[in-house]
Design a protein around this ligand. Structure first.
Ligand code: ADE
Length: 241
């Protein structure tokens, strides 16, 4: 997959791309990330990428010309683009289902907004999808773009060491994860649950399912209510198949 990220503060994005899963996905050749500095596309000699909002108000707005020029450059010599995403607090809220869907694309462009936002004409003409990473406001779209690339990268084939671990994550099937433990079995008198040391895989699975259900009920009952009833009975272990 190829991802192009457009930003007025590209160093925020570049700094994190080489680390951990994102670094590994790129080394494995599963992910190619190109970061574009909006200032390289500014049309005036001061490299201005933002301006005051028409009609007044606080904050600056990213100007349309540098963004349009950057899109033109990106489109000029590259493969077809599947999705052009603008990261913004007023977009659709990101879920695992959206991440799963995006992980199947070949090429995605992400525009990180900054300051007060982006000229509406760019949103109307260039953007195919607007995504928020949650109901809170950050100072820019760079961290949300990194969140999105990270969530996608770990689903790309061969990127996670254990191919099944992405599938058993919290949210992958709408239930939260069970608690996990590693050595030592006794840490300052706190013991790992016996069942996990039993070697009985059926019992371990049953314990994990019960823990996941209990944690989800306690912390995120909304997830159970939004689940299709078939999946819910499956998760509760009451499905008769
Ligand atoms: N830009 C600022 N806040 C944001 C958010 N919560 N999600 C996506 N982009 C943003």
């Amino acid at each position: 997959m190829r991802v192009d990220i457009i930003s007025a503060l590209p160093e925020i994005v570049r700094g994190s791309l080489q680390e951990s899963i994102l670094g590994r996905a790129q080394k494995k050749g599963e992910l190619e990330v190109h970061v574009h500095d909006l200032r390289d596309y500014a049309t005036d000699k001061y490299k201005k990428v933002d301006d005051y909002p028409f009609g007044g108000g606080a904050g600056m707005v990213l100007k349309p010309e540098p963004i349009a020029a950057c899109f033109e450059h990106i489109r000029e010599h590259q493969a077809p683009i599947d999705e052009v995403i603008f990261l913004t607090p007023d977009g659709e809220v990101l879920t695992q289902a959206i991440v799963n869907e995006l992980s199947l694309k070949n090429r995605i462009v992400m525009l990180a907004g900054h300051y007060k936002g982006v000229d509406q004409r760019i949103r109307d003409t260039e953007i195919t999808r607007e995504i928020s990473i949650g109901d809170y406001v950050l100072s820019g779209g760079e961290l949300p773009a990194l969140v999105l690339v990270d969530a996608i990268a770990r689903l790309l084939p061969g990127v996670l060491g254990d191919a099944t671990s992405a599938l058993t994550d919290s949210f992958q099937d709408e239930l939260l994860d069970a608690p996990t433990f590693t050595r030592p079995a006794d840490f300052n008198g706190m013991k790992v649950p016996n069942v996990l040391l039993s070697g009985d895989h059926a019992k371990i699975e049953a314990w994990r399912d019960a823990q996941r259900m209990e944690k989800t009920k306690r912390r995120r009952p909304d997830l159970l209510h939004s689940m299709p009833s078939d999946d819910l009975s499956d998760a509760k272990g009451t499905k008769n198949t």
